[in-house]
Design a protein around this ligand. Structure first.
Ligand code: G3P
Length: 220
């Protein structure tokens, strides 16, 4: 599977790349806007924070297929192997077809339904990103959508992968992986919750306490 961070926080990527087996970093326009660093500066910084390895994702801003293709070329001018995120609208689908013909890898984003996501895969998107928590927040089932999309891709577009996005809890992410999705992108707070467990800290403190009691030190 592939694990990504969904962030524009370069310092956090540098820190977490040391700890997690990261496949790369995803961004979206809101995440980039929150950091206020323009993409031509941010993306090379993120690449450096990943140690020059890993895949980066950034999204087009245009709302016509031709404009999206032009945005995609600009993004590829900044990072030559970047994956271009394209919202799965009618124009977005047309753009994904054009970009696929040009050999530019894409991710179909803003996916709220399994059929919508499958269309982007059929158009040639390498990744499809269902918005798990946002679907839940609308009263739907994010996990069920991921499960359906996963099955649809396995049956009809096996070259494409689900890259599940929009998480508020580690449980949502785990459930996506359990239904077979091959890649997820986590916001920093959810990624940190995967390794921040008070019971683990307490267990290690007790080992140290017991060792100190017997040998007068905490080292071997
Ligand atoms: O990058 C798209 C997706 O991750 C959005 O997440 O947390 O804004 O719903 P969120």
């Amino acid at each position: 599977m592939e694990l990504y961070l969904d962030t524009s926080d370069v310092a956090a990527v540098r820190k977490l790349a040391r700890i997690f087996p990261l496949a790369g970093v995803t961004t979206n326009p809101s995440i980039v806007a929150a950091g206020k660093t323009p993409l031509d500066v941010l993306l090379p910084e993120l690449q450096d924070a990943l140690g020059g390895q890993g895949r980066l994702f950034a999204q087009v801003m245009a709302n016509t297929a031709e404009g999206m293709v032009s945005d995609a070329r600009k993004l590829r001018g900044i990072i030559s192997d970047i994956v271009v995120k394209v919202p799965v609208t009618a124009e977005g689908l047309a753009a994904i077809k054009l970009l696929t013909a040009e050999g530019i890898p894409t991710l179909g984003t803003a996916v709220y339904g399994a059929a919508q996501g499958m269309m982007s895969a059929l158009a040639g998107a390498e990744y499809v990103a269902p918005y798990v928590n946002r679907i839940d927040a609308q009263g739907g089932s994010g996990i069920r959508t991921v499960e359906e999309l996963q099955q649809l891709l396995e049956l009809h577009a096996p070259e494409s992968k689900v890259l599940a996005a929009s998480f508020k809890t580690p449980r949502q992410a785990l459930d996506c992986l359990l239904v077979g999705c091959q890649s997820i992108t986590l916001p920093l707070d959810v990624a940190q919750q995967f390794i921040a467990m008070p019971a683990v800290d307490a267990a290690i403190e007790k080992f140290e306490h017991d060792w100190m009691g017997a040998f007068g030190r905490t080292s071997l």
